[in-house]
Design a binder for this molecule. Structure first.
Ligand SMILES: [Zn+2]
Ligand SMILES: [Zn+2]
Length: 349
């Protein structure tokens, strides 16, 4: 079979190669790979920024945003041939730590977890892949190709779960949400905000165009800006920060309403210093009972919540998030930087 492989830590090694077909182990599904979503993590892996091959291997299969069709399922599993499935990315650390022992491997405490396509486990960028039935998540067949959005949506579903758990520390009836960054994660966070009936604002530095129309079609208000100037007066109850841009992160900490929640889910390179009045920031957070927290990754519960949220969403809108589709034969094109929302590799072409 063909697989999109790379040498972790070495730039320019990404290529489609012929590799042996995988054999499902006990309790595993054999899956035909249909689509693979590409995100910033994959581009960083391809650049050699990080990544860890399986023990004893040099190359590994890339890809963590999966979609496939079950070809073979073990007897007694909850799956049958033909089911559309997505694979959970992370596996518990071998120890396991307290969080991993309880199925909360997204909150692993010792960093020894493994991840498909990133850390010590082959990813999903191949014509065939296998997965433990316990880490496969069924996708509504009506979603079809859009199932490839389940993984990014799982990150957002976890963020929302955490926001709601934090909110439940006291009376919590949020009304307004600001999402900074209108990439796939930001737009999916806005979608889940609208599904909760919130007034949603989406801020991105892009001028009006595809991103603004996607936000507006959700019923959100789009702000083409790179500062939080517009929110000085009417401060949002919740901010989901998806850019990781230093100044936006700093400003978001003092731009929520009282008892505000700032959820940080963006990443950006460091190395740029910002001037901060720590006293003012501290004062704001203390006197308003604000919470700032970071979130990454997702466990099984969040994948299921994501699959359910997408099944409820408008399919035409979800389809417009996928702005680039390339066949596996030309997979490298999906890694070229572009102003699109989500690039997807068709593993069947
Ligand atoms: Zn991703
Ligand atoms: Zn752990």
């Amino acid at each position: 079979m063909r697989a999109l492989t790379f040498v972790p830590g070495s730039k320019g090694t990404l290529e489609v190669r012929e590799v042996p077909d995988p054999e499902p182990g006990q309790g595993e599904l054999l899956v035909q790979g249909l689509a693979l979503g590409i995100c910033g993590t994959d581009r960083e892996l391809a650049e050699g920024d990080y990544g860890w091959p399986p023990p004893g291997e040099e190359r590994m299969v890339i890809g963590h945003e999966s979609l496939g069709r079950v070809l073979r399922a073990p007897d007694g599993s909850a799956f049958s041939p033909g089911d559309l499935v997505v694979g959970v990315v992370r596996r518990p650390d071998p120890e396991p730590c307290g969080a991993c022992r309880r199925g909360e491997f997204d909150m692993c405490r010792n960093g020894r977890y493994t991840e498909r396509g990133i850390k010590e486990l082959d990813g999903f960028g191949s014509e065939l892949w296998t997965i433990e039935a316990a880490y496969a998540v069924r996708v509504d067949p009506a979603l079809g190709e859009l199932g490839v959005l389940v993984e990014p949506a799982s990150v957002v579903a976890k963020a929302w779960e955490q926001i709601e758990r934090i909110g439940s520390r006291a009376w919590f009836e949020p009304r307004t949400l600001l999402v900074t960054g209108a990439g796939p994660i930001g737009l999916l966070a806005a979608l889940l905000g609208r599904q909760r009936g919130l007034e949603v604002h989406v801020l991105d530095r892009s001028p009006h165009g595809l991103k603004s129309s996607l936000a507006e079609e959700l019923g959100a208000i789009y702000h083409s800006s790179s500062t939080l100037e517009d929110f000085r007066e009417a401060k949002p109850d919740i901010i989901i920060e998806c850019t990781g841009a230093g100044q936006l992160v700093i400003d978001s900490l003092t731009t929520t309403a009282a008892a505000g929640i700032v959820c940080l889910c963006g990443l950006a390179p460091g190395g740029r210093a910002h001037r901060v009045d720590a006293g003012v920031m501290n004062r704001e957070i203390v006197l308003e009972n604000d919470v700032v927290f970071g979130t990454v990754n997702a466990n099984l519960r969040h994948f299921r919540a994501a699959a359910a949220a997408l099944a409820e969403a408008d399919r035409e809108w979800l389809g417009r998030l996928i702005t680039r589709r390339v066949p596996l034969t030309r997979a490298l094109e999906a890694f070229e930087p572009a102003e699109d929302v989500k690039a997807v590799i068709d593993l069947t072409a």
